[in-house]
Design a protein. Structure first.
Length: 261
């Protein structure tokens, strides 16, 4: 699900370290025909953080300082977002999940913990289905597995439908406009993950959502119920930005899950 730009901007403005703009640690990796921009912080077991649609690695500004004390945190701008440009006119979640698996290979990392938010949460789930050997444990917050109205809270899907109908025949002119439409269409048409695919997940999984998330509560529960042995956390008094709105609790809870036996 696309993140609200104002939400990203508000918290990016408040950050102390400018994640995504740190030339001292940033570098590019040539992955599957494009260059993915990556920054690393801390040391220990690798932890890959995957942001949501239309965002970049700065989405994790409230989380990196905590996790970098215990993990080797790997931040990446996903394909077609942030500094990871991709001129291709179409994008899939499967493509991105394969990007992240290839990135770990390029970094000589056999497997990692995965934390994904929104579209990043979808990618975390797909990494566990498509590249199970790469995932130690996953925490996914605000993810959906289908793009239909049933996956979203009241009104959320209707707003996307209105935008699609208003713009489906529009001729986008600039590269930025074309990319924005591509990313909108990603969430409008995808993901399409079957329950049978969730059944194949072997790694421990923590499925998270806010109690007034844009993802429907019953949809989040459906995801968790179909991942064997997974755990569910519905964050009280939270919208879609669980990891920002309740950062301290979120960091502690996810860390405890990752480190638990």
């Amino acid at each position: 699900m696309a993140l609200i730009p104002q939400l990203i901007a508000a918290f990016s403005f408040a950050q102390k370290t400018h994640y995504g703009k740190n030339a001292a640690v940033g570098k590019y990796y040539s992955i599957r025909g494009i260059k993915l921009y990556v920054e690393e912080y801390g040391s220990g077991q690798p932890l890959l953080m995957i942001h949501g649609n239309g965002g970049d690695m700065s989405a994790f500004s409230e989380n990196v300082p905590y996790f970098a004390k215990k993990y080797r945190v790997i931040l990446v701008d996903s394909r077609s977002q942030g500094k990871s440009a991709d001129p291709n006119p179409y994008i899939t979640f499967e493509q991105m999940a394969d990007d992240f698996a290839a990135l770990l290979d390029a970094m000589h990392i056999s497997k990692a913990y995965i934390l994904g938010w929104s579209d990043g949460g979808i990618n975390a789930i797909l990494m566990a289905t498509r590249h199970p050997d790469k995932v130690i444990k996953l925490a996914s917050t605000g993810a959906n597995i289908t793009p239909d109205a049933a996956a979203f809270a009241d009104g959320a899907w209707a707003g996307s439908k209105k935008y699609y109908e208003q713009n489906k025949n529009r001729k986008w002119r600039t590269a930025a406009e074309k990319n924005a439409w591509k990313m909108f269409m990603l969430d409008w048409e995808q993901p399409n993950i079957k329950l049978a695919e969730l059944h194949t997940i072997k790694c421990p999984a923590l499925i998270i959502a806010g109690d007034h998330d844009v993802i429907a509560d019953q949809h989040t529960r459906l995801i968790q119920a179909n991942i064997p042995g997974s755990k569910l956390w519905i964050v009280k008094n939270s919208g879609h930005g669980t990891l920002i709105e309740h950062a301290t609790e979120f960091n502690n809870r996810v860390d405890t899950f990752f480190r638990g036996k």
